[in-house]
Design a protein around this ligand. Structure first.
Ligand code: SAM
Length: 296
C-alpha cells in the first residue's frame, strides 16, 4: 500500500506469493524483462531495478507477486506462524501481510483478518480472494478475548494505523535521543496527532496481550517516531510481563535496533527510511505457556 507510484530512487521489491507460484518461476518470468536478484534475508523477496513499473504486470494482476517492500515483508516473518495455527491479523487492510501470513503457513491453519474501515474491507477482500482467509469487518478492540471463537488464536499480527512517517525521507540518526539535544524525538510533527495514534496503538496492543492462547504477537508500524514505537512498547511491558510475555529479537542478525530508551530495546527492530528504503518498526512479544493466564 505504501508504494503506489514507482520511485526511481528505490529498488523495486517484489514478494512472491508462494501460495500461487514458486520463487524460481516468478524470477524466471520477471527475468524476461528485468534483471532480478534474490534478497538475502527474506526468502520470497525479489529485487528489481529502481523504477521498474510492475503495476500492470500479469503476475501482479493475478496475485502471484505483491509489490511489497523489504521491511514490510519482514513483519509477517517476524511473527513466524506455524502451519496449522490460528492467527489473527488485527488491523489487516489492504491485506498484504495477511496473504504473506497465509503463505508462511503454507495455506494450512486459520487466519482471521479484522478490519474496521468499510472501504478498506473491499480492498482486503480483493487482496485475499482465493486464499482461505476469514475476513471480519469490525473493530479489533471490540473482539472479546473471552469469546470461544478466539480461544485458540496462537498469534496476533498488530499493524495498526500509524502516522506513516516511515515513508518520508528522514534518516533515523536525526531522531535518536542522543542527537536530539534534549528535544523530543517528534520535533516538527503534529504531537497531538502522534499522541492520539499512540493511545490507540497502546490500547490495541494491550488488547492483543489479553487473548488466552496467544504465544506470539508482532506489533509493527511504518512510523519512525519513538512516540508510536518504543514508547508504546515500553508502556505495555508491565502488563505483558503479568501475562507471561517477554520481548524477543526478530531477525537478530539485523543491526538496526530500537532506540535505546529502556532496557531490552535492543530486541526491537527498526529500519531506516533512507538506508533501508522504508522506515518500519517491529516488536515481538513471546510467551511459552499456551494455557490461559490473567494478570497476576
Ligand atoms: N497490515 C496491513 C497490510 O500490510 O496490508 C496494513 C494495515 S494499516 C497500517 C492499518 C489498518 O488498520 C487500516 O486499514 C485501518 O483502517 C485499520 N484499523 C484502524 N483501527 C482499527 C480497529 N480498531 N480495528 C480494526 N482495524 C482497524
Amino acid at each position: 500500500a505504501l508504494y503506489q507510484t514507482p520511485d526511481v530512487s528505490k529498488p523495486r521489491y517484489v514478494r512472491v506469493n508462494t501460495l500461487k507460484l514458486d520463487v524460481e518461476s516468478a524470477q524466471r518470468e520477471l527475468e524476461e524483462q528485468y534483471s532480478v536478484q534474490r534478497d538475502d534475508m527474506v526468502p520470497d523477496l525479489l529485487i528489481l531495478p529502481a523504477g521498474s513499473d510492475l503495476h500492470n504486470h500479469r503476475l501482479v494482476m493475478n496475485g502471484s507477486i505483491f509489490l511489497q517492500g523489504k521491511a514490510s515483508s519482514m513483519v509477517a516473518m517476524a511473527l513466524d506462524p506455524e502451519p496449522g495455527w490460528e492467527v489473527l491479523d488485527a488491523c489487516s487492510a489492504p491485506g498484504n501481510k495477511t496473504v504473506h501470513l497465509a503463505a508462511l503457513m503454507r495455506g494450512k491453519g486459520k487466519i482471521i483478518a479484522c478490519e474496521l474501515n468499510k472501504e478498506r474491507v473491499k480492498r482486503l477482500n480483493d487482496t485475499v480472494q482465493l486464499s482461505d482467509i476469514e475476513v471480519l469487518h469490525g473493530d479489533f478492540l471490540s473482539l472479546s478475548s473471552s469469546d470461544p471463537s478466539y480461544s485458540k488464536v496462537q498469534a496476533i499480527l498488530l499493524d495498526p494505523s500509524c502516522s506513516g512517517s516511515g515513508t518520508a525521507s528522514v534518516r533515523l540518526d536525526h531522531l535518536l535521543p542522543s542527537h536530539a539535544t534534549g528535544q523530543s524525538s517528534s520535533d516538527g510533527v503534529d504531537e497531538e496527532r502522534l499522541n492520539k495514534l499512540a493511545a490507540f496503538q497502546r490500547k490495541a496492543l494491550e488488547h492483543a496481550l489479553s487473548f488466552p492462547a496467544v504465544e506470539r504477537i508482532v506489533y509493527s508500524t511504518c512510523s519512525i517516531h519513538q512516540t508510536e514505537n518504543e514508547d508504546v512498547v515500553k508502556s505495555v511491558l508491565p502488563l505483558a510481563a503479568s501475562y507471561g510475555f517477554h520481548l524477543e529479537a526478530p531477525f537478530p542478525q539485523w543491526s538496526r535496533r530500537g532506540f535505546p530508551v529502556f532496557e531490552g530495546c535492543e530486541n526491537l527492530l527498526r529500519t531506516d527510511p533512507v538506508e533501508d528504503k522504508e522506515g518500519f518498526f517491529i516488536a515481538l512479544f513471546v510467551r511459552k505457556v499456551t494455557f490461559s493466564k490473567g494478570p497476576s
